[in-house]
Write a new protein. Sequence first.
Length: 436
Amino acid sequence: MENQSFLQQFFKLKEKGTSSKTEIIAGITTFFTMVYIVFVNPSVLGDAGMDKQVVFVTTCLIAGFGTIAMGLFSNLPIALAPAMGLNAFFAYVVVGKLGYSWQVGMGTIFWGSVGLLLLTIFQIRYWLMASIPLSLRVGIGAGIGFFIALIGFKNMGLVVANPATLVALGDLHSPQVLLGILGFFIIVVLAARNIYSGVLISIATVTALALYFDESVMFHGVVSMPPALTQVVGQVDIAGALDTALIGIIFSFLLVNLFDSSGTLLGVTDKAGFSDEKGRFPKMKQALYVDSASAVVGSYIGTSAISTYIESGAGVSVGGRTGMTAVVVGLLFLLTIFFSPLAGMVPAYATAGALVYVGILMASSLIKVQWDDLTEATPAFITAAMMPFTYSITEGIAFGFISYCVMKLGTGRWHEVNAPVWVVSLLFLIKFIWVG
């Protein structure tokens, strides 16, 4: 009873209209909706040359401690984990396309996260977010969705390179392609039926089938002590990332994390009934500090910046109302550390469906665009389309901001463009002129 009383008092369970049992169930629900990240993140970062088993452990660590901190300091049922989109941009563009080492690439995420923390400390984070037009915010989110989906299709082998047509359909007779497609449809069908653990079920099913159909996939055991983390932790090149050629990338990481984490916080707190008409919610400052500080720590230990997860809404939907939900999620992530052998067994095509599914969720925000107003529709479309077509989140953001200014200026509506948008557009224009 004393323990029950402590939980009641610390998390204010009665005041929030919930109970410890409800909070535990909510925590388990949220965990199973987002635990896929411990398999997807190592798969993505592994393509950048990082040790998958180590990334599996560090992903669990930062998700665990970051989410517990969110629960304890903000008393909100919100979970944190490495951000989808940021990790893909890092692995396939900064490292894969531009040729930087993963150590330097992770350093750019670190500085972008430091920038987000400074914006939070000086209390200009929400002012900046409110200054960015809705069409650009939506375009950025949707563009990242398309970019992630393209990577998912590539990882399952459904889309391949073609010198004549740029891209083409892959080999539909390949077991890997068929298993990747199967994994995707398992996810979306289960999601449509409101089965929260669909992504995890898909990854487990495809990996099990891969053990039979794919000779390159081998069983390495289930439980073990965590591997040494020295191959990743402490290897991030923070100084090397302070290169003038990387300023645009650092700025892009900052913007993406700003919109992603802030937007998710607003969405989940609104769904839980915590926020007012202006988007403010209890202990908002503490939540922002935990969110941005965790992003810095996550990138420093080599897991990419972490962000609030929209999957937190799953726990809210079954009654989660306090930080106790988040603490349960965090503890489950820490327990998952001892299952690192599973990470090395999961093939890329087993997690590809999850990437496409996340793309669908992110692209759905395009419904908010005023399509009958070309000064709003054009920058939203340009932002979203240029990310996958240029294989770069940075270029998509740049063309989106510049096109917004051009459209407003060309139609005599220049007064609708605020100072931050003019400044960002000018900076990107200078980058294109002097850097390319």
